[in-house]
Design a binder for this molecule. Structure first.
Ligand code: SF4
Length: 230
């Protein structure tokens, strides 16, 4: 967790976005039209991390703007969220030629310079990995078919692996219902992370009141408060 103010974080995140747009640190810069630093509020509770920009993202400089973006928006709508309430970015910020897989050196260079710092500064409650390269950063060696929708917790943050929307679009009928089930886990994870982050209230001093005969028996309880989703 960072101790920087929101203004300081905003300044650095803007600087990261500018550095990404001018970056020549790996060979992917050669074929890009526009680099895609990411988009969304800098204090988002949820950060989605995809693989890399595709054709439309490269043209517009924005993440998930094609059919995959539409599916993402539809799924967010199911849990009452809009895309401008979450931060969306990618493992590599420039489009690999012909949409090939990013190379290990490209992933290492880009995440080491940009993604991991973006995570530190935004400090999301939940990180959603979309696709195998993003999943590989946080669940090395795992198989998405076995772990999708199963969150792991580290230092108060939930990591939720999900299929990439492009994969769901290829088998829409069979995969979409499960995709929705996985998305519906997000509000509870955010709520849990917020609850865990709250410092335990210090107990008020208890006056030494002598117990009266007509006191209610110990063990009577008030019902627990209903948690709000967000
Ligand atoms: S992919 Fe990342 S490291 Fe490579 S040129 Fe683009 S911004 Fe720089």
């Amino acid at each position: 967790m960072t101790t920087m103010s929101f203004e300081e974080r905003t300044t650095e995140l803007d600087a990261i976005a500018a550095a990404v747009r001018a970056c020549v640190k790996c060979q992917l810069h050669k074929g890009r039209t526009k680099a895609v630093p990411g988009a969304g509020p800098y204090n988002a509770d949820i950060m989605f991390i995809g693989e890399g920009p595709g054709y439309h993202e490269d043209q517009q400089g924005l993440p998930f703007v094609g059919a995959s973006g539409k599916l993402l928006e539809e799924m967010l709508g199911k849990i009452g969220l809009k895309r401008d309430q979450v931060f969306i970015t990618n493992v590599v910020k420039c489009r690999p030629p012909e949409n090939r897989d990013p190379l290990p050196v490209e992933i290492e260079t880009c995440t080491g310079n940009y993604l991991f710092r973006q995570i530190e500064l935004i400090d999301p409650k939940v990180i959603v990995t979309l696709g195998r390269f993003s999943m590989g950063l946080f669940f090395p060696g795992a198989k998405i078919s076995q772990i999708h929708g199963k969150a792991k917790w580290e230092k108060g943050r939930a990591y939720l692996p999900m299929f990439h929307p492009a994969a769901v679009l290829r088998s829409l009928e069979s995969m979409k219902p499960q995709y929705e089930v996985d998305f519906r886990k997000l509000p509870e994870l955010v709520e849990q992370a917020k609850k865990d982050a709250k410092p335990a209230p210090s107990a008020p001093p208890t006056p030494e009141t002598p117990k009266k005969d007509d006191d209610p028996p110990s063990g009577s309880s008030t019902p627990p408060k209903q948690l709000s989703l967000f």
